[in-house]
Structures are given as structure tokens and as C-alpha cells.
Design a protein around this ligand. Structure first.
Ligand code: EPU
Length: 418
């Protein structure tokens, strides 16, 4: 297991390019199952979760690859095996998104139930409810979801809660259903919008993009695709906080600032000097930071995927802050580790109260999930002394060459292979 050795206290300075969005790519790769033609995606981040998705396509009997330039290719073809196995699905919940496309295209699919994960129970009931509304027969056997429908038919789906991957799964299936599907209370996250854009290029007929009510007129087949993946808004937000927390001067290029408005506004509220010029966002951290209140909510609210990183910043802000997590029931695992670095945090239910300290200090800490790991890297970059961050495989799941990017900004961060 790799670990990071981080010597903090260096203000980061320079310009760094955003990578493509991990969460967009995972849905787009699932969507590639909807066509028998070739699919090419560029600007794909080199992250473990995308490699896992490639392995799932291979397990389905397809030829897929991700090369070192960030180009994903799925060769034209038809799945010869309709089962996504437990060994792969359990390592990444997003792989459950192959269920809708496989079922819609091949009439049948068997996908392992993903199970819980560190940040919460994360059921898939809404995915299944949606597919059933399109006429799928769904059974749970031996830990697998088996779904069947000779051809899905259009239907009405009203999600009980806001679900990003649930919306994407059902939307993909509806594209090849017979008739019209209406999806209400759909998630409106940028990754859902990018999927709609891509499906439309492939030939899908979707109206209502940008709203929480989508209408899909099913078609009998979809065509191939060549698409450049949009910037990863969570990576961008993380790099901006790296600049702010080290009181540095960091510019991130190739971003979509409109996808990050809730984050950039909160950073400004906290006293971070921030400017936006086209697709470039720059932070200058010379001002004193002040405590703020943060509450996560679906887009365009403050993203749960930025909650841990924002908390790291607030550990070093004057006065007290609160961070309330409303999306996942157990997404405060970074708190105990931040406390090991000297943070003053108490958790009351779904709210963490943070009292700013003058400075953090390095310590051995353990990564527990992807965004928790990112928050520990950020805290370690600002801390005095050395931090030994263990289990960085969590961060490798979703950040593209993070230590190289941080090093290019002057960070003293080293990967150690044990
Ligand atoms: N939920 C249900 N039933 C369902 C689906 C979801 O109860 O059938 C609940 C979840 O347990 C959670 C809430 O609904 O409490 C929202 O979950 P959602 O379905 O929106 O999450 P997701 O689609 O599984 C995606 C991202 C997550 C991100 C969330 C919220 C991908 C691959 N993952 O997950 O990203 O936190 O949306 O924005 O797109 C990450 O990148 O670190 C990450 C966890």
C-alpha cells in the first residue's frame, strides 16, 4: 500500500490544468454500452475507478482500453456476457450504472449489488424503482440484481430523493425503451447534463435538460461517439483550497466556473481572494480567513464531495464554523484524522463545529475514503512538520496524478511504496 509523506508549510504557487471529470466519465463509459459502434472519450483522468470500469467492460466481453494520453476507446461490438461480477462492482459502486444500459440493449443483465460503503449505506432502491417503471422484471438472487425485459417500455418515474447515478442509470435505459419516459425529481448535477449532451449526440431524444423533469422519447438504436470530457469540478475545488490553505497563489485552468459557484462563493465568504477569468480560477490566500457556515445539498448547492476539503480549510480560519452534511449519513470520517493534525472539531449529529486553530501540525494519519483523503492532503500541506498519510489508494481512485500536480505548485509531497 502506498503512502504520502507531506512536509507542509510551503505556500503553493503556479498554474495547474484541471483533469477530466471522474464522475462524468463513469456514467459516459456506462452509456457506451448503449451502442454497437465505436466510442472514444478524450481528457479521461488516469484514476483507478476508470480502470475498474474498463475491466467491467472487458468482463462483459468487450474490448475497452484507457491509454496514457487519457483516451478511452471501446471497440465496436456487442456484450457476450451480461454479468458484472461482485469482485469488480464491490470496489466501485458507480459500476452499478451498467445495469440500465445492458438491460435496455440486451434485454437482460445480472449485476452484483454494490453493498454499503464507508460514507453510508447507499441503497440502490431508486435505480430499481425506475427500471421497474420501464417494465423490467427485477429479482435479487445470491447478492445479484437480475433484471429482464425483452424491450423496455416508456413509463413515469418519480424519484423519492435526489439521486445522481440513479437518474443517470434510468435515463440511459429510457433512451432505448419503446415509447416516452418522464423522469421527475431528476438530479441536475453537471455530470447528468454532460450525459444528456452525450446521449443526444448518440441519437437519443431527451428534452428538459437542466431541469429536474426529463422526457425521453425512446429510439431503437444509438450511434457511436467521440467526446472530450469536461473538467472535474471537485478536483478544481480541491486544488483551489490547496492554494488557499497554504496562503499561496494558485491558478487552475480549463475549468467550468459555473459548475463551482457555490464553492467559489463560500471561499470568498471565508476571506479567500478569488478571481475568475474565462475558464481560469485563481486564488490568493494572503487575507486572514474567517469562519463560515456550510451545508451540503444537491446542485447547485454546496457539493458533498467538497465538504471534507472545505472543513480542512476551516480548521485554519479565525473563529468558529459549522459544516452540515445532508446527503450522506456517515461522511465525517475525516474528522478524527483532522483532529490528529491538531484541528478542534466536535460533531453533533450531522453538523461539525470547527473552531479555527493558528496552525496544524504534521502527524501519521489514515485515509478512509476518497474525499476524506483529499482533506487530509490539504490539511497536511498547511501543517507544520511531516505528515505520513497512509492508504492513499483511496485518493488514487479519483484524483489524477494529484501528487505530481501539487509538486508542480511547489508542494513537498512524496509517494512512498511500502
Ligand atoms: N440513495 C438512496 N437510494 C438510491 C440511490 C441513492 O437512498 O437508490 C441515497 C444515497 O444513499 C445518498 C443520496 O441518496 O444518501 C444521494 O446519493 P446519490 O445517488 O446522488 O449518489 P451517487 O449517485 O451514488 C454520485 C457521485 C458521488 C457523489 C454523489 C452526490 C458518482 C460516481 N458518484 O453518487 O461521488 O457524492 O453523487 O453528489 O457520480 C465521490 O466522487 O467521492 C462521490 C462519492
Amino acid at each position: 500500500m502506498d503512502r504520502f509523506l507531506i512536509n507542509g508549510g510551503v505556500p503553493l504557487e503556479g498554474t495547474v490544468q484541471a483533469s477530466g471529470s471522474k464522475n462524468s466519465v463513469l456514467a459516459l463509459v456506462a452509456a457506451s454500452l448503449l451502442t454497437e459502434e465505436e466510442v472514444v472519450l478524450t481528457n479521461v483522468p488516469q484514476v483507478q475507478d476508470v480502470h475498474t470500469m474498463v475491466r467491467i467492460l472487458e468482463a462483459l466481453g468487450l474490448q475497452a482500453s484507457l491509454d496514457s494520453t487519457g483516451t478511452f476507446t471501446l471497440a465496436a461490438g456487442t456484450p457476450t456476457n451480461l454479468e458484472a461480477p461482485y469482485d469488480l462492482v464491490r470496489t466501485m459502486r458507480a459500476s452499478f450504472m451498467v445495469l440500465g444500459p445492458l438491460l435496455a440493449r440486451c434485454g437482460r443483465a445480472r449485476v452484483s449489488l454494490p453493498g454499503g460503503c464507508a460514507i453510508g449505506a447507499r441503497p440502490v432502491d431508486q435505480h430499481l424503482k425506475g427500471l421497474k417503471a420501464l417494465g423490467a422484471k427485477v429479482e435479487l438472487t445470491e447478492g445479484y440484481v437480475e433484471a429482464q425485459a425483452d424491450r423496455l417500455r416508456g413509463g413515469q418515474v418519480v424519484f423519492d430523493i435526489n439521486t445522481v447515478n440513479g437518474t443517470q442509470n434510468v435515463l440511459m435505459a429510457a433512451c432505448l425503451a419503446d415509447g416516452t419516459t418522464r423522469i421527475e425529481n431528476a438530479a441536475i448535477e453537471p455530470e447528468v447534463q454532460e450525459l444528456i449532451e452525450v446521449l443526444t449526440v448518440m441519437g437519443a431524444k431527451i428534452s428538459g435538460a437542466g431541469t429536474d423533469c426529463l422526457e425521453v422519447e425512446g429510439v431503437s438504436e444509438l450511434g457511436g461517439l467521440n467526446h472530450r470530457v469536461a473538467a472535474d469540478r471537485i478536483e478544481v475545488g480541491t486544488l483551489l483550497i490547496a492554494g488557499a490553505i497554504t496562503r499561496g497563489d494558485v491558478e487552475v485552468t480549463g475549468t467550468s466556473p459555473q459548475h463551482l459557484a457555490s464553492v467559489t462563493e463560500k471561499l470568498r465568504d471565508a476571506g479567500v481572494g478569488l478571481s475568475i477569468d474565462g475558464d481560469r480560477i485563481r486564488v490568493r490566500g494572503s487575507n486572514p480567513l474567517t469562519g463560515v457556515r456550510v451545508k451540503t445539498s444537491p446542485f447547485p448547492g454546496f457539493p458533498t464531495d467538497m465538504q471534507a476539503q472545505m472543513m480542512a480549510l476551516l480548521c485554519c480560519a479565525e473563529g468558529s464554523s459549522t459544516v452540515t452534511e445532508t446527503i450522506f449519513e456517515n461522511r465525517f470520517m475525516h474528522v478524527s484524522e483532522l483532529k490528529r493534525l491538531g484541528a478542534d472539531i466536535t460533531v453533533e449529529g450531522r453538523t461539525a463545529v470547527i473552531r479555527g486553530v493558528e496552525s496544524l501540525s504534521g502527524a501519521p494519519v489514515m485515509a478512509t475514503d476518497l474525499r476524506a483523503s483529499a482533506s487530509l492532503v490539504l490539511a497536511a500541506l498547511s501543517a507544520r512538520g511531516e505528515t505520513n498519510l497512509m492508504r492513499v489508494y483511496h485518493i488514487d481512485r479519483g484524483y489524477d496524478r494529484i501528487e505530481e500536480k501539487l509538486r508542480s505548485l511547489g508542494a513537498r509531497i512524496k509517494r512512498v511504496k511500502d
